[in-house]
Design a protein. Structure first.
Length: 194
């Protein structure tokens, strides 16, 4: 794995949970607590291979079972639960296929249009900011967070000190690993989507 050039500062590794039935079908999966599919479990095991040999000073996971199981299968059964790392609360769009939303509203983009009766993107970003602050204030070393697609993308934007809407530029498949670190003292993406 790539290391940040500045070892005096923390690195934040992100692991998106493995496949679920809803991630497979394109349904918005916020707080619905779905298990991994068999393929999702295989993906989590493969992600463990990507992370093998990295010594983390802390490992956190969303409390939702798809993230907890991914952490366990990737080799981190004792990951600390981090309530701020749950996925975006999609409100009325929970369980709805994103293609169906766009069929009714072709110009719809969750990043700018949001979700009815759910969290705003700024509310999700506030949770991400708390995690970024926690990692940065903890000193040097690697930290792993096992979480969710939209949440990780927003967190990456916030790590880079960008507006949360810029998370739309960071595609992230299931059980993919990313590393956020530094270019000297500038927040940077070290690796994305391994």
């Amino acid at each position: 794995m790539n290391a940040s050039p500045n070892t005096d500062l923390p690195q934040l590794w992100l692991l998106r949970h493995g496949e679920t039935e809803w991630s497979k079908s394109g349904q918005y999966t916020g707080l619905t607590d779905l298990p991994l599919t068999e393929e999702g479990e295989r993906q989590a095991l493969r992600a463990g291979g990507v992370l093998k040999g990295v010594e983390f000073r802390e490992v956190f996971t969303s409390p939702l079972q798809r993230a907890r199981r991914t952490a366990e299968l990737a080799g981190f059964p004792d990951a600390q639960l981090e309530p701020d790392a749950v996925e975006w609360n999609y409100g009325d769009y929970e369980g709805v296929n994103s293609a169906d939303v766009r069929a009714k509203n072709p110009g719809y983009l969750i990043w700018t249009d949001g979700v009815p009766n759910g969290e705003t993107i700024d509310e999700v970003a506030e949770r991400a900011d708390r995690i970024v602050e926690r990692v940065r204030s903890g000193g040097a070393g690697d930290v792993l967070l096992v979480a969710h697609g939209h949440f990780c993308r927003i967190l990456a934007a916030r790590w880079l000190e960008l507006d949360p809407v810029e998370g739309r530029h960071f595609l992230l498949g299931t059980a993919r690993v990313c590393t956020l670190g530094w270019d000297k003292k500038t927040p940077a993406v070290v690796s994305w989507g391994l």
